[in-house]
Design a protein around this ligand. Structure first.
Ligand code: C2O
Length: 550
């Protein structure tokens, strides 16, 4: 492979959306940020320089980071943040992945504006397992706040309430014509009749799972989280924060006398408030010689897609149930057939006490919290991976993450009386090459809610999922160990569970968390420490010399 060099200068820029101008953090002044393009097998070297007044890190979401854990990016997990005026070079190779991923800031809520696509092309001369598309187009979903998002989250954490919801959803940074002042801020995709387009969908939204649909067009799903899937057609796509989905859009064979909206809006299961507004972009068939500017041709009839209701869990389950690994000779599904360690984690919300001299806006005057196995993860002040590598873990973390729930209860039934959570910076330690099965069970404490769980450093196979409480006596018999979907982020369904398997063959400290930023901020996060193997290529190399210090 070749080496691809990028420079990311983090700096503020003024951006106007929804009738107002705001100063946001950007990479190189661009919003959304620049694309990283690499072929499978290439090395990617990104020099990140921080010109902003905030500490920054960048995460290459979904990149496996085989033996390059120092380049993963989550603040205080694999690195200390890059301070103002400093830089850090992220250096990693893309191995065994093809499709779409994305990069985003991984500290506080800076990812609300710091994000962009990662496009992984097949090796030179290796075709796609589908007909070569005429063009490829990233479609990156985001959320826009009129307020400063650092103020939004710090106010929420102070008072313990839910953070203010966003003011708009966006496609490629643009809210589209259904919002005030935004007709000019509409993403427009011009297509030619009869051609096929590869849409690289990325959900970089902060707090919302999304339904996405294109009027009068179905699409063919071909890849999720940079892994090929068995192709299938869909009218509506469900995409959770942290997930990516490649779809083929087949433009109609003859020029239709119409313009079509592509729209996205939330799939939301909780009892909390959410941004229920709709982003629209335009699919326009290019007439020969036409050159309409921004916006869309108002003279043509306009078709809008019908999106499922915001709480349509069966539409969501129907879509995710269709995803299968390719599992072919060329693209095998290496599902672990045996298991060394089984884990059962509850994921859900809870409460924490309100400090004495404060009024709190959470349930019954408490503060909102979120947990894995009732442990709300407390961020350390130095990086976990550094602490492990230097043998100075005392006072940074403890290797005693509870691998069974602290207080078992009927997870999808009546919630327990005591909803208070415990705090800790606790890790699960895994010997190299441990074959792991993990069942994640949603809890109905403070309402059942879907949680898109993201694992760093690995893809996993989704071998089972269901509603209600996981039944260890009967559910495993139904697991799919042949062609389960392989991905890095999976929605644990509201009032249900998922089972995943992965082989712990990548030494390092690997964060796992809900990719809904509000839940992540409340503590729905934990980390795995995967130890070195015996052979040289089974060990994490020492950190690069420019690794930031805390
Ligand atoms: Cu995309 Cu730890 O995150």
């Amino acid at each position: 492979g070749t080496t691809r060099h990028y420079s990311f200068d983090i700096r503020v820029a003024n951006v106007s959306r929804l009738c107002a101008t705001k100063s946001i953090l950007t990479v190189n002044g661009e919003f959304p940020g620049p694309r990283i393009v690499a072929r499978e097998g290439d090395r990617v070297v990104v020099k990140v320089t921080n010109h902003a007044q905030y500490n920054v890190t960048v995460h290459w979401h979904g990149v496996r980071q085989l033996r390059s854990g120092w380049a993963d990016g989550p603040a205080y997990v694999t690195q200390c943040p890059i301070q103002t005026g400093r830089n850090y070079v992220y250096n990693f190779t893309v191995v065994g992945q093809r499709g779409t991923l994305f990069w985003h800031a991984h500290i506080s809520w800076l990812r609300t504006t710091l994000y962009g696509p990662i496009i992984i092309l097949p090796k030179l001369g290796v075709p796609y397992p589908f007909a070569k598309p005429y063009k490829e187009v990233p479609i990156i979903f985001g959320e826009w706040w009129n307020a400063d998002t650092e103020a939004v989250i710090s106010q929420a954490l102070q008072t313990g309430g839910g953070p203010n919801v966003s003011d708009a959803h966006t496609i490629n940074g643009l809210p589209g014509p259904l919002y005030n002042c935004s007709a000019k801020d509409t993403f427009k995709l011009k297509v030619k009749p009869g051609k096929t387009y590869l849409l690289r969908l990325i959900n970089a939204a902060v707090n919302d799972e999304l339904f996405f649909s294109i009027a009068n067009h179905s699409v063919t799903v071909v890849d999720v989280d940079a892994v090929y899937v068995k192709p299938f057609d869909a009218e509506t796509i469900l995409i959770s924060p942290g997930q990516t989905t490649n779809v083929l859009l087949h433009a109609k064979p003859t020029y239709p006398n119409a313009t079509f909206f592509m729209m996205a809006r939330p799939y939301a299961t909780g009892s909390g408030t959410f941004d229920n507004s709709t982003v629209a972009a335009v699919l326009e068939y290019q007439k020969p010689h036409s050159s309409s500017a921004a916006g869309f041709d108002k003279n043509l009839p306009l078709h809008k897609p019908t999106l499922p209701a915001f709480n349509d869990t069966s539409a969501a389950a129907n879509f995710t149930g269709k995803l299968r690994s390719m599992a072919s000779a060329l693209f095998p599904a290496n599902v672990p057939q045996t298991v060394d360690r089984r884990f059962f984690f509850t994921v859900g919300l809870g409460t924490r006490p309100c400090p004495k001299n404060q009024t709190c806006q959470g349930p019954n005057g408490t503060k909102f919290a979120a947990t894995v196995n009732n442990i709300s993860f407390v961020s350390p002040t130095t990086a976990l991976l550094q602490a492990h590598f230097t043998g100075k873990s005392n006072g940074v973390y403890t290797p005693d993450f509870p691998v069974v729930p602290l207080m078992p209860f009927n997870y999808t039934g009546t919630p327990p009386n005591n909803t208070m959570v415990s705090n800790g910076t606790k890790l699960v330690v895994l010997p190299f090459n441990t074959s792991v099965e993990l069942v994640m069970q949603d809890t109905s404490v403070l309402g059942a809610e879907s949680h898109p769980l993201h694992l760093h450093g690995y893809n996993f196979f989704v071998v089972g999922q269901g509603f209600g409480n996981y039944d260890p006596a009967n559910d495993p018999a139904k697991f799919n160990l042949v062609d389960p979907v392989e991905r890095n982020t999976i929605g644990v369904p509201a009032g249900g569970w998922v089972a995943i398997r992965f082989l712990a063959d990548n030494p390092g400290v690997w964060f796992m968390h809900c990719h809904i930023e509000a839940h992540m901020s409340w503590g729905l996060r934990m980390a795995w420490l995967v130890l070195n193997g015996r052979l040289p290529n089974q060990k994490l190399p020492p950190p690069p010399s420019d690794l930031p210090k805390c």
